[in-house]
Design a binder for this molecule. Structure first.
Ligand code: AHR
Length: 350
């Protein structure tokens, strides 16, 4: 997927005009070069389409959106797709039918949900993507949706690789637990990790972190197995169990989120191994359970992916209604947690 953002000249169109155009979403995309505008109002009816509620990260994200909507007095039409793309597409359809003013969408995967973005645009409803992106060859920020707000997942993967390479002195046999297939965090966390180890990571394209990668990368850091655990603890446990049985020489794990890392820790303990000693584990998110696992010496480190989107999401909505220029990609800064600071930050974790 091409993630290079091309800035196009924005053409303002009225919401009424957008709603009246009878074209397919694909044709409509070429006809209207800007997301639908948002009328300025004191109170809005806002949709929030959540992908699933199967882990603490999702619970924290939903709570943050709900708390901010309540604080500001906006009506929040909330849906939980339960991890189903088909359900999430119909959730967006339902929000369109209810004529919400704007939709916050956390898309399960890049391609199918890009079509939902185009449908909302065709109905004259602006969309702001939260935490996951869609395929830019189908729908583009600043054109088909207002913007993406979330982390730089490529950078997260590279930071995990940097920590692991340093900790393992440049030599490891790694099992990778991937996130949901086709989702932007799974695609980009894999890319950042692999690019860093291959020596092809470009810091300047990813916020300058990690600052550099040794020429030639780390040829002795080898990923020997990689499979999706769908960002879920129990699936991560089961998948890791199978991969570890087939690859008992593995001495490191890279999990695309904390839940799958915690699943791997459970599987290792069930197999009589000592996580943190026999096998070194790094992941992404920064949940309370993960920070506790770091304190307990079972998890090595986790790259933060902050789920508290409420304030930024509603602030961006207001700015858009005010006609301010909105950056196409609004990137959350991420911290890094390991044995040096997990104790300090655990009380503020979710
Ligand atoms: O899109 C962000 C990812 O989705 C988080 O890392 C994960 O825990 C969540 O389900």
């Amino acid at each position: 997927m091409d993630r290079v953002i091309t800035r196009r000249r924005l053409v303002q169109v009225s919401a009424a005009g957008a709603g009246a155009v009878m074209l397919t979403p694909t044709l409509l995309r070429t006809a209207l070069a800007a997301p639908p505008p948002l009328e300025k109002k004191a109170k809005y009816k806002v949709g929030f389409s959540q992908v699933e509620m199967n882990n603490p990260w999702r619970t924290a994200q939903t709570a943050s959106l709900q708390a901010e909507a309540e604080e500001l007095g906006h009506e929040l039409v909330y849906t939980d797709a339960g991890g189903s793309e088909a359900k999430q597409i119909s959730d967006v359809d339902s929000m369109i039918a209810q004529q919400v003013d704007l939709i916050f969408l956390a898309p399960r995967s890049e391609k199918p949900l890009a079509q939902a973005v185009l449908k909302a645009k065709a109905a004259g409803i602006p969309v702001i993507l939260l935490d996951r992106d869609v395929d830019h060859s189908i729908a583009e920020p600043g054109e088909d949706y207002v913007c993406f707000i979330g982390s730089n997942f490529v950078q997260e993967g590279a930071r995990a690789a940097e920590w692991l390479a340093e900790t393992m002195d440049g030599k490891a046999t790694i099992i990778e637990l991937e996130g949901t297939t086709g989702s932007s965090p799974a695609i980009d966390r894999q890319k950042g990790f692999r690019d860093y180890l291959a020596g092809t990571y470009v810091p300047e394209d990813n916020g300058g972190m990690p600052a550099s990668v040794p020429a030639g990368g780390f040829p002795d850091m080898q990923i020997i197995a990689s499979q999706t655990g769908d960002f879920a603890r129990d699936e991560g446990r089961q998948v890791f169990e199978t991969l570890y049985q087939a690859n008992p020489t593995a001495n490191a794990v890279y999990a695309h989120n904390d839940e799958m890392a915690l699943g791997a820790i459970a599987a290792l303990e069930a197999a009589g191994k000592v996580p943190g000693q026999d096998v070194i584990i790094v992941s992404v998110d920064g949940s309370r359970d993960a920070l506790q696992a770091i304190i307990d010496g079972k998890l090595g480190a986790t790259v933060e992916c902050n789920p508290r989107f409420g304030p930024k999401a509603f602030e961006t909505m207001e700015q858009y209604a005010n006609g301010e220029e909105i950056p196409e990609m609004i990137i959350n800064p991420d911290r890094f947690f390991d044995a040096t600071n997990a104790e300090e930050f655990i009380d503020e974790a979710y």
